[in-house]
Design a binder for this molecule. Structure first.
Ligand code: C2E
Ligand code: CA
Ligand code: CA
Ligand code: CA
Length: 279
């Protein structure tokens, strides 16, 4: 038993060491990735449930690693946040999204791209980052070409700097969405104190949608209340016709998920948009 215990311990530490070595490698590679701009944004359509039209998309980052291939954000965003690299990465995401939205707006003048903003980006006191409002102005884009997705937690421990940053974005017309709504501890009443445009129902609620299920009652309540408070609702993780139908019936404004499309590279999204415009 003693032998076994020691072996287990050994195994445990070495796998922990491996994990931290792996994190250090990724962190080191992220520096190069930023210098060489190895990132690409994929776009997932956000579909108007009543009309089937697409004039919104969420930009989701992908990393083309020279040897590992495509690395998912789940594997590197946390590390980028810990190492303070998320500010530079976030600025690149913003610049790619604004360039792209400018293109799509030539076809669809009200097109919007939403991007994810990490709490670290809102809290940073670095001053050498890209001024988003100046950048929008330089491109001649109205603020509402961009939606910034933040999580409930950002508002819950909102320090002055964070609320001021959000207010500056709002004043420039940029819209705000609450991502993964329902997984944190905030309420719609609390969120309503901030000027929020969209509530995104987390995919964990969408997953459990069946007639009569409690998740359906929850989604219906979120939709009714959000509308009363002047916010639009986007359901995330819509994978089936049934989920789409139940949400549309409940008055949900927009749906996002594999049922409509997975996140796509720009060329594929162009084709999807073209087909959607003709249909
Ligand atoms: P998120 O913001 O909640 O994005 C939605 C995630 O759900 C995406 O994963 C998307 O591909 C996936 N998804 C979409 N439809 C479905 C569906 O029907 N079923 C299921 N099971 N999943 C679906 P992805 O692209 O791997 O991104 C994961 C997370 O990484 C994002 O979650 C977001 O928190 C973060 N992330 C992605 N891009 C960025 C970025 O540019 N900046 C920051 N700070 N975080 C990002
Ligand atoms: Ca998001
Ligand atoms: Ca989400
Ligand atoms: Ca998420």
């Amino acid at each position: 038993a003693k032998e076994l215990g020691r072996n287990c311990f050994h195994f445990f530490t070495s796998s922990m060491q491996q994990a931290s070595v792996e994190r250090m490698r990724i962190a080191a590679d992220l520096h190069t990735a930023i210098e060489e701009d190895q990132f690409e944004l994929f776009y997932q359509p956000i579909v108007d449930m009543a009309s089937g039209r697409i004039h919104k998309a969420e930009g989701l980052i992908r990393w083309h690693h020279p040897t590992r291939g495509m690395v998912s954000p789940v594997e590197f965003i946390g590390i980028a946040e810990d190492k303070g690299l998320i500010v530079d990465i976030g600025d690149r995401v913003f610049i790619k999204a604004t360039d792209q939205v400018q293109r799509w707006r030539q076809l669809l003048p009200d097109f919007q791209i939403s991007i994810n903003k990490s709490p670290i980006q809102l809290k940073t006191n670095r001053t050498n980052h890209v001024d988003w409002i100046d950048h929008l102005r330089a491109l001649g884009l109205p603020g509402d070409a961009i939606v910034v997705e933040i999580t409930e937690g950002v508002l819950l421990d909102a320090q002055n700097r964070v609320t001021t940053r959000l207010e500056q974005l709002r004043n420039a017309g940029v819209q705000i969405a609450i991502d993964d709504f329902g997984t944190g501890y905030s309420s719609l009443a609390y969120i309503n104190k901030f000027d929020i445009n969209f509530v995104k129902i987390d995919q964990s609620f969408t997953r459990g949608l069946k007639p009569g299920a409690s998740d359906l009652a929850l989604c219906e309540a979120i939709i009714v209340m959000s509308h009363k408070l002047g916010m639009k609702v986007i359901a995330e993780g819509v994978e089936t016709q049934l989920q789409h139908d139940l949400l549309a019936e409940a008055g949900c404004d927009y749906g996002q998920g594999y049922f409509y499309s997975k996140p796509l590279a720009v060329d594929d999204f162009d084709r999807l948009l073209e087909a959607n415009r003709r249909s």
